[in-house]
Design a protein around this ligand. Structure first.
Ligand code: SAM
Length: 530
């Protein structure tokens, strides 16, 4: 082992730290390159895998990580279609477009009949092994284009066998890689009692053991593969390539959950996962991402985490009946009219809910029912109509707390409807609507700071919407004589600052590049003109 103050290659006193891990020093660039090639590449990380009783394995920072820093970049270990997937090519994983007449059906693989883009995808490295096995076993897939279901985004559950099959094939093809996969947590015992696993076990076991002939695999081994996938896969959306998949990343799979996370992820066009620090992460701190959505209330988040990832979250937000002062789960008391009704024990999903000011109590079952009804009602709102969303807020102003999860969701939807919905494009909105957009963005930015702090996508979107509305507002106020030229310049400069921060936050999001460049150019032009 080299002395921490000496070059890792030649041992002379040195001070140029490796920019990645900051754990080793070099006398110069040349020795840094040599060390990298000799194996530092594999060990140069700013995190380590730690273990504790609550989280199991998790990542911990081994040095300070800067806000906005990409601290983990990883290629997919294995990937394939989601459990229920719209028709997808098993060769290149693009969602399949509807057949163009005179074709009436998808192109089908000549050997196994799974829909593909075309003959060029039959021999893709992703598909070839499974295809050979399926054709040897005389299995033919039966997914056909259904014109009566056109446009419904119909998902096929037949795809649920593909990724488990790819993992199972890996055991013979690359036992070392399979051993790495087998290290991942599965929660099979908890999953076995769920309705999904009762159905899955019947279908998957028949397919793998009987149809594909893996009779030497025990039921437990096969189902553990599926359970490992369900516990660890990331959903990958590649809008440009028209892909919606699930993938395993074995390092990223070690990142634990916290309802208020300090890291988030995105994907590049090579399907690499990139983890980004939303805020500064100090050396020794746990690196956590969120497996759920920050605007959901504790009851909803905990139910989702328990169902999908089989654990009971006990993070600071979950423990706090007031949800860090936001009251995101609270409803208003219908008896005393002033108190807020919150859970008496947020870590027990079945605990009684009680008014903070009067003796009024509500069972958790009823709160759950109410949440379900609200979600349905929001789902049924006309997505083109800001008025429908405003009416929802008005309808429940005496029932839901002003920062209740459903109110927050509807307000967030409104920040995007104002400026985009038909009749509500930025230039079409009246001054009151522009003002409303500004206020909603400002209110939600305060919430974002608490529930999804730092450089979150939530903050990025809100900043973009806010700056757009502020620019329109400033120009109109100038035109009507309410602002001087200097005032407008000041407001536009302020908007530019917001835009710059939004660009910093969103610059790695593949689908945002064009929009961000366009916005920046437009605002810069307006500033110049002014
Ligand atoms: C993607 S894995 C993370 C790595 C995992 N801890 C391991 O040792 O393999 C997800 C699992 O980690 C555990 N986990 C992650 N975050 C947690 C948290 N905040 N509280 C309790 N368990 C957590 C749960 O068992 C969850 O199903």
């Amino acid at each position: 082992m080299t002395n921490p103050g000496n070059c890792a290659v030649c041992g002379v006193a040195a001070s140029q730290k490796c920019g990645g891990c900051r754990n080793v020093v070099y006398c110069g660039k040349e020795h840094q390159i040599i060390h990298w090639k000799k194996g530092h590449k594999a060990e140069c990380k700013c995190y380590e895998i730690a273990t504790n009783d609550i989280l199991g394995r998790h990542l911990r920072a081994t040095r300070d990580i800067k806000k906005g820093e990409i601290f983990l970049r990883e290629k997919p270990f294995i990937y394939g279609p989601k459990v229920a997937s719209a028709p997808t090519c098993l060769g290149c994983h693009r969602s399949l477009p509807n057949p163009v007449p005179p074709q009436k059906n998808f192109y089908k693989c000549s050997r196994c009949s799974w829909p593909l883009c075309g003959p060029q995808c039959e021999n893709s490295a992703h598909h070839i092994d499974e295809c050979e096995l399926m054709s040897a076993r005389k299995f033919k897939a039966k997914i056909d284009f259904d014109p009566t279901k056109e446009g419904t985004g119909k998902k096929e559950s037949a795809y649920c066998v593909i990724l488990p099959l790819r993992c199972i094939l890996l055991r013979n093809k690359n036992p070392e890689a399979f051993a790495r996969f087998a290290q991942l947590e599965d929660h099979l015992n908890e999953r076995m009692n769920t309705p999904l696993y009762r159905i899955l076990s019947a279908n998957l076991l028949t397919f793998i053991k009987t149809i594909m002939g893996f009779s030497e695999w025990s039921d437990d081994e096969v189902l553990r593969v599926a359970a490992r996938l369900d516990t660890n896969t990331f959903e990958v959306r590649q809008a440009a390539a028209g892909q919606k998949l699930r993938a395993i990343y074995t390092n990223a799979a070690m990142i634990s959950h916290d309802c208020v996370s300090n890291a988030r992820h995105t994907f590049d066009d090579q399907m690499q996962i990139l983890f980004i620090a939303k805020q500064k992460i100090a050396k020794g701190e746990i690196i956590a991402t969120s497996y759920t959505q920050p605007l959901k209330s504790t009851l909803m988040r905990r139910q989702h985490l328990s169902q999908a990832k089989c654990f009971e979250c006990t993070c600071a937000r979950c423990k706090d009946p007031e949800e860090l002062g936001t009251f995101a789960g609270a409803i208003l008391c219908s008896r005393c009219k002033v108190g807020k009704i919150i859970s008496t024990d947020p870590l027990d999903n079945g605990a009684l809910w009680k008014c903070q000011l009067c003796p009024h109590e509500i069972p958790a079952k009823q709160i759950n029912w109410g949440n379900g009804a609200m979600l349905k009602e929001i789902e049924s709102l006309n997505k083109m109509s800001p008025r429908a969303f405003e009416e929802f807020l008005h309808r429940y102003r005496d029932t839901l707390h002003e920062k209740n999860t459903h109110v927050l969701q509807v307000k967030y939807a409104l920040t995007q409807l104002y400026g985009n919905a038909p009749g509500f494009k930025m230039h079409e909105m009246n001054d009151a609507a522009v003002k409303r957009k500004v206020e909603l963005c400002q209110e939600l930015l305060e919430v974002a700071e608490i529930l999804d702090g730092g450089w979150s996508i939530f903050r990025g979107n809100l900043l973009l919407d806010l700056q757009e509305a502020l620019v329109v507002q400033a120009k109109r106020e100038f035109e009507s004589g309410l602002l001087t030229k200097a005032n407008v310049q000041e407001k536009l400069t302020e908007a530019m600052e917001l835009l710059k921060e939004a660009v910093e936050i969103m610059k790695l999001e593949p689908d945002m590049q064009e929009a961000l460049a366009e916005r920046t150019q437009q605002l810069a032009k307006e500033l110049e003109l002014d």
